[in-house]
Ligand binder design. Structure first.
Ligand SMILES: [Zn+2]
Length: 319
């Protein structure tokens, strides 16, 4: 059923593009760019790209005469209706590989990027639980006790990948202000050195500062805690949106104008709070091209999430 829906959406978009409703403009969402041999063997691999594949995607856009733009430029071009054949590259979460692997490649091609940074990943005051979970599963041999922690019973003894997916779903459902402590207790019990382990994945303060002062890099906010916005009360959404802006601005000594909704989820309140607090735009994970004829809501800008290997590469056929 899901597949039929996706095919329908895809065909629908092609027809609407044919009718001139969509431009050729894309915003892409990347997460990690790593060496081929560092690609993970669990489901989290979806959010990883090899350096070669990343470079290949850049060259495809260049061969098709696309211009790479920042989020600021993108908004200006949309207002002038000159959006066609432009692409903006964005990176979510603030992984250290944007510093070591992405920077040399974008310098080579002179293309700008925007990194959406999560405040509390910086000092480890919140568990970067997706990678903590992957590390845990790659080390642990007793997966049943991990499931037992959340009283999850599976009939058959599932594969490591299946367990990753089940636990990821469970942890995501607890990723809010009220049940977050359970995520922390889980890792304190099974991966007590998680802070040390996760640190190696994320940008540190010095690297963030260096990135922010680079003329090809823009820094945006991806909230304070990476909680699902729609699970939060208005006051907590406001704290996530405003505190992260202030915190990052203080470090990088530059304005933070763009926001990225964790998991792409938001409601009308999120948009109101962003506008009230001086943001210029916010990006989602709605997979489509930017509108050409219609006005685009700058607080729910669509993005294609670029996934590992051949998964989800339809955006390349929608140029
Ligand atoms: Zn994220």
């Amino acid at each position: 059923m899901q597949k039929i829906k996706l095919v329908y959406k895809y065909i629908n978009q092609i027809i609407r593009r044919f009718l001139g409703e969509y431009s050729n403009c894309h915003v892409l969402s990347f997460h990690r760019v790593v060496d081929e041999h560092d690609l993970n063997n669990l489901g989290i691999r979806d959010y990883e790209l090899s350096k070669e594949r990343f470079e290949e995607i850049i060259t495809i856009y260049l061969k098709n005469n696309y211009r790479f733009v920042t989020m600021d430029e993108l908004l200006k071009l949309k207002q002038k209706n000159e959006i066609d054949k432009h692409v903006a590259f964005t990176f979510d979460d603030g992984y250290v590989d944007t510093y070591f692997n992405v920077l040399p490649i974008i310098e080579k091609y002179k293309i700008p990027i925007t990194i959406f940074f999560v405040e509390r990943y910086l000092n480890n005051s919140i568990v970067k639980w997706d990678y903590a979970l992957a590390e845990l599963l790659n080390r642990s041999n007793n997966h049943v006790e991990l499931l037992n922690f959340f009283s999850i019973n599976l009939d058959l003894v599932p594969s490591k990948n299946k367990i990753y997916d089940v636990l990821r779903k469970e942890l995501k459902s607890k990723n809010n202000k009220i049940s977050y402590k359970q995520i922390e207790s889980f890792f304190i019990e099974f991966l007590p050195d998680y802070k040390y382990i996760i640190k190696k994945y994320m940008l540190n303060t010095q690297q963030l500062k260096k990135m922010a002062s680079h003329n090809l890099v823009n820094i945006g906010s991806h909230s304070s805690s990476h909680f699902v916005m729609t699970d939060l009360e208005e006051i907590d959404q406001e704290n996530e949106i405003l505190n992260s802006k202030k915190f990052i601005e203080e470090i990088i000594v530059k304005p933070v104008n763009h926001f990225c909704y964790p998991y792409g989820e938001f409601n009308e309140k999120s948009k109101e709070i962003l506008i009230k607090n001086g943001y210029k735009s916010a990006v989602t994970t709605v997979p489509r091209n930017i509108f050409k004829t219609k006005k685009e809501d700058f607080f729910c800008i669509p993005r294609y999430v670029v996934k590992c290997g051949d998964k989800n590469k339809k955006f390349l056929s929608l140029m």
